[in-house]
Design a protein around this ligand. Sequence first.
Ligand code: ATP
Ligand code: MG
Length: 387
Amino acid sequence: MPVDLSGPLRSEFEKAREAYEKARGEGNSQRASEQAAKCARLLSLLADNIPHEHRSYKDKAKKWEDLARSIKEKGLREPREPEGDVRPAGLEFRDYIEGLISTSEITWGDIGGLEEPKRLLQETVVIAAMKKPEAIKPWTGILLYGPPGTGKTLLAAAAAGSLKATFFNVSADKVLSKYYGESSRLIAALYEVALERSPAIVFIDEMDALTLSRGGDSNEASRRTLSTLLSQIDGFKSKKSQRLVLTLAATNTPWDMDTAALSRFSRRIHIPLPDAGDAIEIIKLNTSGLGIAQVDLNSVARECHAGLFSGREITYLCQEAVWNMIRQENPNLAQLSPLSFDELRGKTLKTRALKDSDFHAALGKIKPPLTEARLAKDSQWASDFGG
Ligand SMILES: Nc1ncnc2c1ncn2[C@@H]1O[C@H](COP(=O)(O)OP(=O)(O)OP(=O)(O)O)[C@@H](O)[C@H]1O
Ligand SMILES: [Mg+2]
């Protein structure tokens, strides 16, 4: 299989173009001419790497070549950078973007507790979707923030599931590292596809990755990506678009986000750790059909709360408790391993209602990663900046 070099070549092109712009800004004609010639060479290589766009890349390479020559001969007065993008709008990103789409089967009922954040998000989504007077401008960008494992992704998926919207699940960090230097165009293309597939929810996970200071070139790349993203979010506020594209962003570390980015997410919803009441709801969701009438739920929930368990840890806890029950009821499971699939299908796993002891044994095994200090920072941020 031929090696696909288009990613690195594009990154190189992007760097050369930035160097060209910089040289131009500084009035350094020799360097500008060199960098324009480099852009031409890279575009030529790209043309050889992407057969279906060979012609278009060759044309662009030619324009950069002419530009390099013109600067060399006449200096920097005219012309400016060749018109046109490195590629036609987002076509090459299509496969990647299609891969980000997931149909969400999650509903609001799959989320335990979180009554207030759930209600806020439900209202926001409903207002955005309903027909309304022009004066009412719904939020099109919503930030979900809070400790890891508290249900941010789950809430975004439920919003998409309930609207039957196309759900784009985007990790800012992955997009940045995979499409270094190109992520800004990828985001623009993503919103084009989202508009086509509306109603759509674009979920940007690890939003902080886009605003973190990373030093050097990638800092520039993430700044550009961020500004494209923010302008896209704003763009959908315009009344010309009757179609619904909502952006939900999530972060565990909102304090890493810069103020410009934060100001665009005027709707900010804090997703805290579950309290004891929430913990009970999450346990019930995770043990439905198994019977928990004998379990002292209040006491287990109190332990979860005191141990700083997130929804994720409570889910693990329930899995562990169920596993304890299964092992106790079926002590010889491993001995059945020589049996074929058909033979195993003929047997039934023994189960019983869950007991306190199943949970107690499980509680010792779950080690939540959070600390009081980390949570205090989270609450402080929520009271200082949370919307
Ligand atoms: N409130 C909740 N109700 C039911 N299940 C929950 C809840 N919160 C978390 N969970 C469980 O924990 C898992 C992780 O939740 P989710 O991925 O939504 O957390 P997150 O806030 O996005 O975490 P991260 O910040 O690490 O991305 C879910 O898949 C679900 O099984
Ligand atoms: Mg998540």
